[in-house]
Design a protein around this ligand. Sequence first.
Ligand code: KG4
Ligand code: ZN
Length: 337
Amino acid sequence: MIVMGIESSCDETGVGVVDWDGESATLLADEVASSVDEHARYGGVVPEVASRAHLQAMVPTMTRAREAAGIDRPDAIAVTIGPGLAGALLVGVAAAKAYALAWDVPLYAVNHLGGHVAVDTLEHGPMPPSVALLVSGGHTHLLGIEQLSQPIIEMGTTVDDAAGEAFDKVARLLDLGYPGGPALDAAARDGDPSAIAFPRGMTGPRDAPFDFSFSGVKTAVARFVEGEVRAGREVSVPDVAASFQEAVADVLTAKAIRACQAREVTTLVLGGGATANSRIRSLAQERTAREGIDLRIPRPRLCTDNGVMVATLGAHVIGGGAPASPLTVATDPGMSV
Ligand code: KG4
Ligand code: ZN
């Protein structure tokens, strides 16, 4: 069965195609058009700009995906209905409905976050019960997974900024450009991660064990830089970057390990664009190895937003026997898992 996935929740227009054999999905096409360059001068994703870019990119991306997969039409279409930017989601959902109607194939509405988890099966095979840590510019979630065809359990999320967003904001503060995550990661390579003790948010005894907060560490970086400038001292960008990155990676990985222990699972899946971060990866590797937990991280291309993740989750949902969605299905920008 050929399943197509359509993704438009943020600034990536993605159309992916997988072949589902009833147990596992195989990647046939993965076409992505990004509007990230158009947002760069604003220092963040502008919803209106993203929607317009989706409208322009959707049909060409769809055409490329069909050519790459060597198909005329799929047997089913899966589409992200949330969470994400309202206007951006509408473009993908409208396109998915139009294609489903024109091709007379069933439509399956899926959750973007579940897609980030499901995509890992393309690389690492069937997924045992596990915990997923999703970190990107738009999300920071700890999720419990029993089966991909079943609803996912939300264990915790950020109470303020997403982890990637915090990277972007701190990078801007340090004049490193946008998107700042990769630049900050590079700057941190020459820094001392223990130079400055930045706060670890939401790690107090009364804090929710699996929730995150990154606005405190972001403010602490701003205060530190202001203080240094006021005192006439030169700010060491590598030290600030490395210390900030250490604080974020420490909290993310510590809570992810504890979530695995709480659910008594021995598999941790990472997803989202910020899992490209070298320290998040190395600390996750160190700590999972120490605790006897298998760590699964899809290759970077699959970690960022794409259509294949939507197609893969759609295939599992179909495999689980879920009914197709009606063509009246709505978007759900604030969708939880
Ligand atoms: O998944 P993604 O491509 O888009 C969404 O936000 O959904 O993730 C992009 C985010 C940005 O905030 C970017 O700065 C961050 O991931 N990021 C990184 C790194 N590479 C990307 N953050 C830290 N270190 C990196 N190496
Ligand atoms: Zn995403």
